[in-house]
Design a protein around this ligand. Structure first.
Ligand code: ADP
Ligand code: MG
Ligand code: MG
Length: 370
């Protein structure tokens, strides 16, 4: 799925760098978009990485206009927050560039969307957590991101993936897949089905509080992975959150929870040997500490009281989605073997069980750093 070089060149001209640009090369290790580094002549005669140019994946993001409106709205607000706190908005958030025609993105002659932002110099991006310190730093970054966006009218954001973390809707879809049982697989996963049915009430714990207004709607990132943070090359501290495509209105607890789900364990999401899958409460503590250090004063008491629930429910939801896809015949997640989605569901349910056993410890940790 290589990009035609003429399209790339057209995009460069659309953003106004066509004439000066020295060269462009593929960049980063993202799986969704096509990312390029744009080099321009620097002051000392050397070529400098100056901009990042991306072609948006329209199979995932069907409404790029809405994605880009969300991104421009949020990054402009972030710039003000960062400036007000005495920070450097050019370094602490992405600065998206409009096309020469004044648009948020450029549509090439195939109708595909491109966008462009400033490269942040002296930054590094890590693919996976190697030391607990990095997990703690990522918590500080995502917590700061939440704090900087406090006050943003979240209900004006587009829901670019509808009902993304509507856990009740996810349960409904699971039950429908179970009723249809198109692959006759329900007989092969009775325990897992029972696990979901036994946890049906949990699916409403956060959703009902959102409806009641006791949990606020916030700007959420929805892809809170380590490789979506840029770190300062020298200090090792998080500078800037990137990959803003999945910004949507939602619950802070979902972002927190998803970080815990994939980060507070040492096993892969599809580890078949469940004896290797466990929830690591020390990593939970490292993340919670970092998150509350930066977001603690904007989170409400009730949000804090529900952080542990956030971790458990998002993990349950994720397992439920894998099991739903297994029952549906693997139409959503990519699979390498017939029980791949079932294996994934099992790891998530094992983590849920571990969290349930440690729930009081989790709550105590949240209290300790609140
Ligand atoms: P995707 O949705 O494909 O993950 P990202 O916006 O996360 O798209 O970009 C993909 C990858 O490109 C990132 O994980 C990172 O490795 C790299 N990258 C993007 N922007 C920058 C940047 N400003 N500085 C350094 N690396 C970057
Ligand atoms: Mg990314
Ligand atoms: Mg992404």
């Amino acid at each position: 799925d290589g990009v035609d070089s003429r399209m790339l060149e057209d995009a460069l001209y659309a953003f106004g760098f066509g004439n000066q640009c020295s060269y462009v090369q593929p960049f980063g290790a993202g799986h969704i978009n096509e990312t390029y580094a744009v080099f321009m002549p620097g002051e000392n005669g050397e070529e400098e990485l100056s901009y990042v140019l991306q072609r948006i994946n329209i199979h995932v993001f069907k409404k790029p206009r809405e994605v880009m409106e969300n991104i421009f709205g949020v990054t402009e607000y972030l710039r003000q927050s960062i400036r007000a706190a005495g920070g450097d908005p050019d370094r602490e958030t992405l600065s998206y560039i409009k096309t020469k025609a004044g648009e948020n993105y450029y549509e090439d002659t195939d109708g595909l969307p491109w966008r462009c932002y400033n490269y942040i110099p002296d930054s590094v991006c890590y693919q996976s957590v190697e030391r607990p310190e990095q997990f703690y730093q990522s918590a500080r970054s995502f917590g700061r991101f939440l704090k900087q966006l406090d006050g943003y009218p979240a209900d004006t954001l587009y829901e670019t993936i509808p009902k993304f973390h509507d856990t009740e809707d996810r349960l409904k879809n699971f039950k429908q897949a179970l009723r249809r049982d198109v692959k006759n697989r329900a007989r092969t996963c009775k325990d897992e089905i029972q696990f979901v049915l036994d946890h049906a009430a949990d699916c409403s714990v956060l959703m009902s509080q959102l409806r009641a207004g006791t949990l606020p709607l916030r700007v959420t990132h929805n892809d809170t992975k380590l490789n979506n943070i840029l770190f300062d090359e020298k200090s090792g501290q998080g500078i800037c959150i990137i990959d803003l495509d999945t910004i949507m209105p939602g619950l802070a607890l979902n972002d927190f929870g998803d970080s815990i789900r994939f980060g507070a364990t040492h096993a892969a999401e599809d580890e078949p040997d469940l004896s290797k899958v466990s929830f690591d409460i020390d990593l939970f503590e490292a993340y919670t500490k970092g998150y509350l250090e930066t977001a603690g004063d904007v989170l409400t008491e009730n949000e804090k009281a529900n952080l542990a629930w956030g971790a458990k429910i998002i993990t349950l939801e994720c397992g439920m989605r894998f099991l739903t896809d297994y029952l549906q015949g693997d139409t959503y997640f990519k699979t390498q073997y017939p029980t791949h989605n079932l294996v994934r569901a099992r790891t998530q349910f094992k983590l849920v069980q571990d969290m349930e056993q440690q729930f009081e410890n989790m709550q105590a940790i949240v209290k300790k750093y609140s």
